[in-house]
Design a protein around this ligand. Structure first.
Ligand SMILES: Cc1ncc(COP(=O)(O)O)c(C=O)c1O
Length: 396
């Protein structure tokens, strides 16, 4: 059985190692074994009745899932965590848990685009209206957008393309004053640098696909509830949606979690070093990184976050697309690919202006999103330097 070591007072770095381990068994492997199951067998009829309240069918999770959930609950500082088969489903199932036909959702204008599409297409078909709000909105702005039927305020902090850091305590107060809940997509912080539940959120969601899995080889989402009432709603939403996560993926995610703090430390160092170096390059117009004063919400980041992770944006000076292509094709260490949070460095050309409706997002030049991986910083700088040189040579 999974033990309750997390009831001991522990700092995050200890929780990441100790939580969700099979420490109550007499002799045991270091890691919780993978328990794959659809059917669970009960020795007696009474055990079968008892089972209805615990682990009783594979879709509701096995010990492998409970172990990972317990560890995330400890890290996020919540009441309970449930898993979803992707980060996107974690966002969407969390929304579905609180809304009915005729309800209204307030969604950040900097939201991950597939979350937007879920609101604009799927929720709309079921009679749920979405209003987008400026991620830098004030308490008064939010109060003005709240309607009697607003059931959810959804935040993504920082926005994963444009990096506005949102004021979670303010949003929580506004949501609760209007009888709504606050759901926060906390993926960028890995659950390590920011604790939305302690800041007042009702639900903290993560695409654990990113930093928690950490190795770019599995998709999984976590939904952590602040209290029992919220947890029940999440549980029934996932149950009724027929949501299922494989035990192997839960195992991989828990294994990734063990090294989260060490990896995040390097991601943070490399991202900060790259961002500072890039800010001095003549090709660069602007850095968008929460730890930089120029980033919208930097003051909130300083107040509510204990660090920064590896993902940040760079606006280049005006550059034709043909040269951008040369830049990307010259990169050797930075992969061109979606997602982030793995051990490897990535770079993509993004178009934040395409995913806005409540606000406009303008930049003077092309926007690149870098994910600083765990490679040596000098090699990463050299890789970008070579790509800029290739771009410059093309201009001659
Ligand atoms: C902020 C954010 N939330 C959620 C997701 C969705 O995660 P997944 O790819 O696991 O569905 C992503 C994916 O890029 C993301 O960046």
């Amino acid at each position: 059985m999974v033990g309750r070591i997390t009831e001991l007072p522990m700092k995050d770095n200890t929780k990441l190692i100790a939580a969700g381990r099979p420490h109550q068994r007499h002799a045991h492997p270091v890691n919780m074994p993978v328990e794959r199951a659809s059917t669970i067998l009960f020795p007696t009829y009474d055990d079968y009745l008892e089972g209805a309240r615990t682990i009783n069918y594979g879709r509701l999770g096995t010990s492998s899932h409970r172990a990972f959930e317990e560890a995330i609950t400890a890290l996020e500082g919540g009441f309970e965590t449930r898993l979803a088969p992707s980060g996107l489903q974690a966002c969407n199932a969390a929304l579905l848990a609180f809304i009915s036909a005729g309800d209204h959702v307030l969604m950040t204008d900097a939201a991950y685009d597939p979350t937007r599409k879920f609101c604009d297409n799927f929720l709309k078909r079921f009679g749920v209206e979405t209003t987008y709000y400026d991620p830098m909105a004030t308490r008064e702005d939010i109060a003005a957008l709240m309607q009697p039927n607003t059931k959810v305020i959804f935040a993504e902090s920082p926005g994963s393309l444009t990096f506005e850091v949102q004021d979670i305590p303010m949003l929580a107060t506004a949501a609760h004053a209007g009888g709504a809940v606050l759901i926060v997509d906390n993926t960028w912080s890995g659950g390590y640098f920011c604790k939305p539940i302690a800041l007042g959120a009702d639900v903290s969601v993560q695409a654990a696909t990113k930093y928690i899995v950490g190795h770019a080889d599995c998709l999984i989402g976590t939904i952590t509830s602040a209290d029992e009432r919220i947890a029940k709603k999440i549980y029934y939403a996932l149950l009724q949606l027929g949501s299922n996560v494989s035990a192997d993926d839960a195992y991989l995610a828990l294994r990734g979690l063990r090294t989260l703090s060490t990896r995040l430390q390097r991601h943070e160092e490399n991202a900060l070093a790259l961002a500072k170096w890039l800010s001095k390059r003549e090709e660069v117009g602007q850095i968008i990184h929460p730890a930089f004063k120029s980033c919208p919400g930097h003051g909130v980041w300083k107040r509510d976050y204990t660090g920064s992770s590896g993902l940040f944006g760079v606006v280049l000076k005006p550059t034709p697309l043909a040269e951008i292509k040369i830049f990307f094709n010259a990169l050797k260490l930075f992969g061109i690919g979606f997602s982030w949070g793995g051990f490897e460095s990535l770079c993509v050309h993004t178009h934040p202006e395409r995913y806005r409706s409540a606000t406009t997002w303008e930049a003077d030049g092309p926007v690149l999103r870098f994910h600083a991986g765990l490679e040596d910083i000098d090699d990463l700088k050299n890789d970008i330097d070579n790509a800029f040189t290739a771009m410059a040579n093309a201009q001659k």
